[in-house]
Write a protein that binds this ligand. Structure first.
Ligand code: TRP
Length: 386
């Protein structure tokens, strides 16, 4: 695949891309044995998304882990533009983030960018994006993120937490930097032009809130990288540590090529889909299989290009040996797609049933996740937890 063909920006990205090429284009570093060993020395075991290189690329992950080992205060940061209900592609990095939170005892700062989504959208009311931010928090809760350690910032309502930082960040960013990093033009609305300031500011919020150096790790897709490049450039001059990053591969959608995306809802599994609907979507999935069972038996399938196999690999099959068996029996033609899809449909349906029970239970504890209920606004000086 030619470099020019890979389109990965904060607003469009594909799955099944050549991730080594992405690393070259973005100038990040591959996650290697040495970072994995370092992580293992802290966590004792490895999450499947690390074992299988679902997280494949990083900036300063090693430095972040070293800082943690030397007892420097560390925190996690990630976020979401609440443009709709959450699907499995969205929760993939959150599942890993929760694992890091549990294993390392880290606080997580989570930004809900209702403003960004409104500025970026063609239609859609602002009130609706704000409402969806609260809907999406239910998913964080259902995944088990610790309410005492997870602090959600809803941009439009919690701006006073970030604005004192944003004032300084904005002064360091010129329009020409923005143009080059995000491809903005003269007809881009000024909300979008200001927005990167807010996403960058949250990377500095932990240090600002605690009044001491806090190293920040951002688990996210590499499409968010332009923000962090700018953040890292300006961090020293503002007295903040450079945020570290780890990048996850995108979960493919159930259609032909492409990431799981809300623009193709029939190929995305939403956390709010009924288990029955989800089952139907899986059964209709495009696969790496042959057109007929007879050909499949003879030639075998192609799990490397199959969204159904990827769902097992990236999310649903914890057991490495079972995953390898599935891979081999697909390739050999012993496993037919119908059977494989039915197994995935069962896993997905079970996951959704449990997730939805926890999601409903979370409605009464949503307040415990909101930063405004836990910290006082820092203003321009230090603040403490109440
Ligand atoms: N811009 C992101 C989106 O469109 C949302 C976001 C805000 C984010 N802060 C983040 C994503 C930090 C990852 C990490 O979805």
């Amino acid at each position: 695949m030619e470099v020019e063909e890979i389109r990965v920006t904060p607003w469009e990205a594909e799955a099944f891309v050549d991730y080594n090429k992405l690393i070259k284009i973005f100038g990040s570093r591959p996650i290697t044995e040495s970072e994995i060993e370092l992580l293992k020395s802290i966590t004792g075991e490895l999450h499947l998304m690390i074992r299988r290189y679902v997280f494949y690329s990083h900036r300063d992950f090693d430095k972040f882990l070293e800082a943690y080992r030397s007892s420097i205060k560390c925190a996690l940061y990630t976020g979401r533009g609440p443009s709709g209900h959450t699907h499995l592609g969205h929760i993939l990095p959150w599942i890993f983030t929760k694992w890091l939170q549990d294993k390392m005892g880290l606080e997580l700062f989570f930004q809900m960018t209702d403003d960004e989504k409104f500025w970026h959208s063609e239609g859609g009311s602002f009130e609706e994006y704000n409402r969806l931010a609260y809907e999406n928090i239910l998913d964080l809760a259902a995944l088990g993120l610790d309410p005492a350690k997870t602090h959600v910032i809803i941009d439009s309502e919690d701006i006073s937490f970030i604005y004192p930082i944003a004032v300084k960040v904005a002064k360091k960013i010129t329009f020409s930097t923005q143009r080059a990093a995000f491809g903005f033009t003269d007809s881009t609305n000024v909300g979008m032009i200001f927005y990167p300031t807010l996403q960058i500011s949250v990377a500095f919020l932990p240090t600002h809130l605690y009044g001491e150096r806090v190293e920040v790790l951002i688990p996210a897709g590499i499409d968010q990288d332009p923000y962090w490049r700018i953040a890292r450039d300006m961090a020293p001059s503002l007295g903040y540590p450079k945020p570290a990053q780890i990048h996850n591969k995108l979960l493919p959608g159930l259609g032909i090529g492409g990431k799981m995306s809300s623009s193709k809802p029939e190929t995305a599994i939403y956390t709010t889909d009924s288990p029955e609907i989800a089952r139907q979507k899986v059964m209709k999935a495009f696969t790496g299989g042959q057109p007929t069972a007879e050909l499949q038996r003879r030639l075998g399938g192609n799990p490397d290009m199959c969204p159904v196999f990827k769902m097992f690999e990236m999310l649903f099959e914890e057991d490495d040996e079972k995953l390898t068996m599935r891979y081999n029996s697909c390739k050999s033609g012993a496993l037919l797609c119908g059977e494989c899809k039915a197994e995935l449909a069962d896993r997905v349906a079970r996951f959704l049933k449990d997730h939805q029970t926890r999601r409903r239970a979370a409605e009464s504890i949503i307040d415990k996740y909101l930063i405004r209920n836990k910290f006082s606004t820092p203003g321009t000086s230090k603040s403490k937890r109440p």
